[in-house]
Design a protein around this ligand. Structure first.
Ligand code: PLP
Length: 431
């Protein structure tokens, strides 16, 4: 597969290069030059397959011959080697697709684990050591750390905003040690992301370390996420072609990008809804046409506390390339009170225990869904990851699975730094 840089269309790379570089010149995002389009017959054939073998086929077709088919298949097999997506019927025409049954209890396991497999496969060919440098608003860190944990020739450095991620999120990645270094930054997620971008721009660092970002800007992560949108049609009980509306809780807009890519390949999704918390740069942009990010606000849906979403240019590019009307993209943002109210409603009315991110997607879905449509909102994280918040709102005690209670006593191994690039640079050059 060939991809171009959205900021400089003359820069063309293949898939392996896009995975290794993360970003192109001028921090431009890579975008596929040509996406495969499946006929409806081919889609039906794919939908008859089980999740892993279907995903192997989709990713093999997408990536093409530059990586051996057998290697792609093995990568998918190892990456998706956990209990896959589930769909829960909430009420009549509303469903939740739960993407949080992986090892770190959020959808990010799909992308991070596939990326780790692909990188290790490219890396083994070259036998070089690499450093994964990534910023997290909570869930990426855990998924990336676990995906690369103990992998040969890979060092992982993860930045997160101090005090802004939940206890279980932190325990899941700041306690691992070995090839995983974690750094808490006295600042917001956007500041962490900025530090990462600066590092990628720094000639001295680039010369001394083989740097890699595992953020959702990496195409391998997005491609892996395309697969579970296909699974929706496999799991749903009836034929919902062209009636299905999918509501996505958005932070960096990776999930929405993946969903739109799936649709662009021919998957008959009627439309998408993007839902944000009060960090609503995109909803305001769609309303007014003015891109005006405000300072990031901390909310209970912390994985979405992002005011400068990295993947947005890709969303626009898909609409442009496909000649779709951006007005067909529905949107909304949700206050803290409404988020809490609907966590409560989901439980009181439907006995469904949710968490802030899914609640936001549910809230906007409920407002926008028409009677002849069927709606799915994505369950992006397991409620236990937001234990305190959910327990307080619902006034219940959540059950903690054994594998989670086992990590609760582990020590936090993180460094703490100011959001100052010089300090990060020192750490990177020492490492
Ligand atoms: C990362 C994350 C999101 C946001 O997903 P994007 O792909 O960055 O838009 C939403 N919910 C949860 C729980 C997350 O971890």
């Amino acid at each position: 597969m060939k991809l171009y840089n959205l900021k400089d269309k003359k820069e063309i790379v293949n898939f392996s290069e896009a995975v290794k570089y993360g970003l192109g010149k001028n921090q431009g995002l890579f975008f596929p030059k040509k996406l495969p389009i499946f006929s409806q017959k081919k889609i039906q054939k794919l939908l008859n397959k089980k999740f892993i073998s279907r995903s192997q086929e989709i990713l093999s077709i997408l990536i093409g011959s530059e990586i051996k088919k057998k290697k792609i298949k093995d990568s998918v097999q190892s990456a998706f080697n956990f209990s896959g997506p589930k769909i829960v019927n909430i009420t009549n025409n509303i469903y939740c697709m739960e993407l949080f049954h992986g090892p770190t209890l959020a959808f990010k396991d799909y992308g991070a684990r596939f990326m780790a497999q692909i990188l290790s496969c490219l890396n083994n060919q070259e036998n070089k050591s690499i450093t994964i440098l990534t910023a997290t608003s909570g869930d990426t860190g855990a998924a990336v750390a676990h995906a690369f944990y103990k992998m040969k020739n890979v060092k992982v450095i993860i930045l997160y905003p101090k005090g802004k991620i939940s206890k279980i999120q932190k325990k899941l990645f700041c306690t691992l040690g070995k090839n995983i270094t974690t750094i808490s930054v006295n600042g917001s997620f956007d500041e962490c992301q900025k530090l990462v971008k600066q590092a990628f721009h720094d000639q001295e660092i680039r010369k001394n370390t083989q740097l890699n970002s595992a953020n959702s800007i990496n195409v391998s992560r997005l491609f892996a996420q395309i697969c579970y949108f296909f699974e929706i049609f496999y799991l749903l009980p009836e034929n919902l072609q062209n009636k299905l509306v999918i509501s996505i809780p958005c932070g960096n807009f990776g999930n929405l990008t993946a969903g739109l890519l799936a649709k662009s390949m021919g998957l008959p999704i009627k439309k998408f809804i993007l839902a944000t918390n009060s960090n609503n740069t995109v909803p305001r942009y769609l309303e007014t046409g003015i891109w005006n990010p405000y300072k990031t606000i901390s909310t209970i849906s912390n994985a979405m506390d992002i005011s400068q979403p990295n993947n947005w240019p890709r969303v626009e590019e898909i609409f442009y390339e496909k000649k779709w009307n951006i007005k067909d993209l529905k949107y909304g943002y949700v206050s803290e009170n409404e988020t809490k109210k609907n966590i409560k409603n989901l439980y009181m009315k439907y006995k469904y225990i949710s968490e802030p991110h899914a609640s936001i997607a549910y809230t906007v879905l409920k407002k926008k869904l028409k009677i002849d449509e069927h709606g799915i909102f994505l369950g992006t994280a397991h409620p236990i990851k937001f234990q305190n918040t959910v327990e307080q709102i619902l006034n219940i005690k959540l059950k903690i699975k054994q594998n989670i209670s086992n990590i609760l006593h582990l020590k936090n191994l993180s460094y703490n730094i100011e959001p100052n690039f010089k300090i990060l640079k020192k750490i990177l050059l020492k490492n």
